[in-house]
Design a protein around this ligand. Structure first.
Ligand SMILES: Nc1nc2c(ncn2[C@@H]2O[C@H](COP(=O)(O)OP(=O)(O)OP(=O)(O)O)[C@@H](O)[C@H]2O)c(=O)[nH]1
Ligand SMILES: [Mg+2]
Length: 309
């Protein structure tokens, strides 16, 4: 029996999730937290801000920072995304680098491994998409060996296989993170919250996710969503959101023939948002052409992309 005089400290850690775009960072985060806190899509550069997801259970609390995948930046938006990813990898307790092992290592994977060599905190390499064949585990391990030999540094890292699309695909990872977490007397966040991401930004993200699902590669990087206002009654929220596109020709794509694309987005997003927030959510969507909105710092700031710098 445990001694009632001994206070068992819980373990806590802030975990920065980084890695190349599309490696499955957001899917993995949602799996670990057990709820959808970050949007996911097969389109690259889905995540645009740093999103916090919080897991609290009987072992303690893990606070995750989900970041945009690093990429070559051609616009202000891209620069801000890269900065957020770099910042989230500094100053965290554990660095979790996610690799898509369903394909061979890319240049960005090489870059993250080089960063891992000099990281101050424990580093976990998640070999994600382990459900796929071929699974390039050996290629990633060889790359790590080659980088260590080249730099003549031996660095301990923790390897774990994950499959973010399977219910049990991150159990081992969560266990490992708890063993690396430090005992703490207090939690960073209240026990009952899974994210502190602002409501307006969360709604805008869900709307953008539905556009990505419908339009695929047609204009993912040239589409921005800004929630203008939320009118609240006791039982419902009426949300109006502005959809920004870069060119006139893109307006028609976003609206769709006879408004079908907008209708699709509304019909997918409304029930999901109603469930998440526990009130009936109705959406009013407007489309605006704003040339080079991705370079408009003030607009980006209002969309939340320039926050916490
Ligand atoms: N087969 C398989 N697919 C996965 C797995 N994890 C993620 N995916 C898929 O990979 C795609 C990208 O997932 P995301 O979670 O959006 O990737 P991300 O790393 O957050 O991407 P960015 O936000 O663009 O940096 C989605 O289509 C996911 O469903 C996995 O373990 N197995
Ligand atoms: Mg993401």
């Amino acid at each position: 029996m445990s001694d009632p005089n001994v206070i068992r400290l819980k373990r806590c850690a802030v975990v920065g999730i980084v890695g190349r775009t599309n490696s499955g960072k957001s899917t993995l985060l949602n799996r670990m937290v057990g709820e959808k806190v970050s949007i996911v899509s097969p389109v690259v550069q889905t995540t645009r801000n740093t999103i916090r997801g919080i897991l609290t259970d009987d072992k303690g609390q893990l606070v995750f920072l989900d970041t945009p995948g690093l990429h070559k930046s051609q616009s202000t938006l891209g620069t801000l995304m890269n900065r957020m990813a770099r910042q989230a990898s500094a100053g965290v307790d554990i660095l979790l680098i996610v690799f898509d092992c369903g394909s061979r290592p890319h240049l960005e994977d090489d870059g993250w491994m080089r960063r891992a060599l000099h990281a101050e905190q424990p580093v976990v390499f998640a070999l994600n998409k382990s459900d796929q064949t071929p699974f390039y585990e050996a290629a990633f391990k060889e790359l790590w060996q080659a980088i260590q030999s080249e730099k003549q540094i031996q660095r301990e890292v923790f390897w774990v296989k994950t499959s973010a699309i399977h219910p049990a695909g991150a159990v081992e990872l969560v266990d490992l993170l708890y063993t690396l977490a430090k005992p703490a007397e207090e939690y960073l966040f209240p026990e009952d919250i899974v994210t502190d991401y602002p409501r307006k930004l969360a709604i805008a993200d869900v709307i953008r996710e539905k556009f990505l699902a419908r339009l695929h590669d047609e204009l993912p990087h040239e589409l921005g969503v800004k929630v203008e206002k939320i009118e609240e009654t006791s039982t419902a929220w009426n949300v109006s959101a502005m959809i920004y596109v870069n060119r006139n020709s893109q307006k028609g794509i976003v609206i769709g023939p006879k408004g079908r694309t907008l209708k699709y987005v509304r019909e997918c997003a409304e029930p999901e948002l109603s469930e998440v927030f526990g009130v009936k959510v109705t959406l009013e969507l407007w489309v605006k052409v704003e040339k080079e909105w991705m370079k408009n710092f003030w607009l980006l700031q209002q969309m939340g992309y320039a926050g916490e710098m």
